[in-house]
Ligand binder design. Structure first.
Ligand code: F6P
Length: 325
């Protein structure tokens, strides 16, 4: 068994629905294990500013159903600097915080990993990002809710698209990650899915739209992952118009995908992962991540979970095509 007496939690990077459930699970498990538990506001930035407050059993009451994060979050570029991490480690030691739990994506995990390697602080990463793009885990908290948000929106777009016999290009989130676009494409019966870092096959898109019209389809939907920059949907729109005389409407779903009540899948994952994270620290683990593998929440080396997962199952692309003939 380890000998930690206090832990702190922070959220980092883009928020994701279910982060609050994870915070609640961490706080309640920590108190159950007789640990003191602190919340760091606004991610690594808040840590550097010493924005740290004790959390009690009741401070996490009534948050399980809410999206966002009560601890707020930030993208802290300064944390890439070794001097900044040294300062962060000093602050944790001065506040007598023995270990840190970081809820976020691969960038946030890299910060935690370096804090451990350079300053010996025990850390656990909990994967929290709508993008589902961290290596080493099959699931990241927030993905299912984000997909549901996008699917709901596309279903509504389909109603109006059918009524007017229109083509829509719907841009979804997932910078460098194909996960949201693929799932949304399958779940909405999209005619095409455009993924980041994959050349856009305009000829196929145009041919699919025209074939659909011939066989009596009353609408076409193309789901486009945003890629490096927002606005790829407009690029596709222009190309279809200029080269194929096909007019299409654009809808960029944006941050609406990241908000709202976490669905049961995200609440379950977050509750299990939050609990596992605290127990790992109590048992003396030093640099772990909670992961979902083979249908179970378990622990992995943090070092296995530092990269961005950009691969996808080509069968999923084929499925979109096959099912939308
Ligand atoms: O959290 C991941 C993510 O939602 C990506 O899908 C998206 O590209 C990015 O964050 C947007 O970040 P921000 O909210 O900082 O603009």
């Amino acid at each position: 068994m380890g000998s930690i007496k206090s832990i702190a939690i922070l959220c980092s990077g883009g928020d994701s629905p279910g982060m609050n459930c994870a915070i609640r699970a961490i706080v309640r498990t920590a108190i159950h294990e007789n640990l003191e538990v602190y919340g760091i506001q606004k991610g690594y930035q808040g840590l550097l500013e010493g924005n740290i407050k004790p959390l009690s059993v009741s401070s996490v009451g009534n948050i399980i159903q809410h999206g966002g994060t009560i601890l707020q979050t930030s993208r802290c570029l300064e944390f890439h600097e070794p001097e900044t991490r040294k300062e962060a480690a000093h602050i944790l030691k001065r506040k007598k915080i023995d270990a840190l739990i970081v809820i976020g994506g691969d960038g946030s995990f890299n910060g935690a990993n370096l804090l451990h390697k350079e300053h010996g602080i025990p850390v656990v990463g909990i994967p929290g990002t709508i993008d589902n793009d961290i290596t080493g885990t099959d699931y990241t908290i927030g993905f299912d809710t984000a997909v549901k948000n996008a699917v709901d929106a596309v279903d509504k777009i389909r109603d109006t698209a059918n009524s007017h016999a229109r083509t829509f290009i719907v841009e979804v989130m997932g910078k460098r990650s194909p996960a949201i676009a693929l799932s949304v494409g399958i779940c909405t019966g999209a005619e095409n899915v455009v993924l980041p870092a994959k050349e856009i096959d305009y000829k196929k898109i145009a041919a699919d739209i025209e074939r659909g019209i011939k066989r009596g389809k009353t609408s076409s939907i193309i789901i486009a992952a945003e890629g490096e920059k927002e606005g790829v949907a407009h690029v596709i729109q222009k190309e279809l118009k200029d080269k194929f005389k096909i007019s299409a409407h654009v809808c960029i779903l944006g941050h609406i995908q990241r908000g709202g009540n976490p669905n049961p899948m995200d609440r379950l994952m977050a509750s299990h992962m939050g609990h596992h994270a605290v127990i790992a620290l109590v048992k003396g683990e030093k640099a772990k991540a909670t992961v979902y593998r083979q249908g179970k929440v378990t622990l992995a080396e943090l070092s296995e979970c530092l990269a961005k997962k950009m691969t996808f199952d080509t069968e999923e692309i084929d499925l979109v095509s096959t099912l939308s003939i």
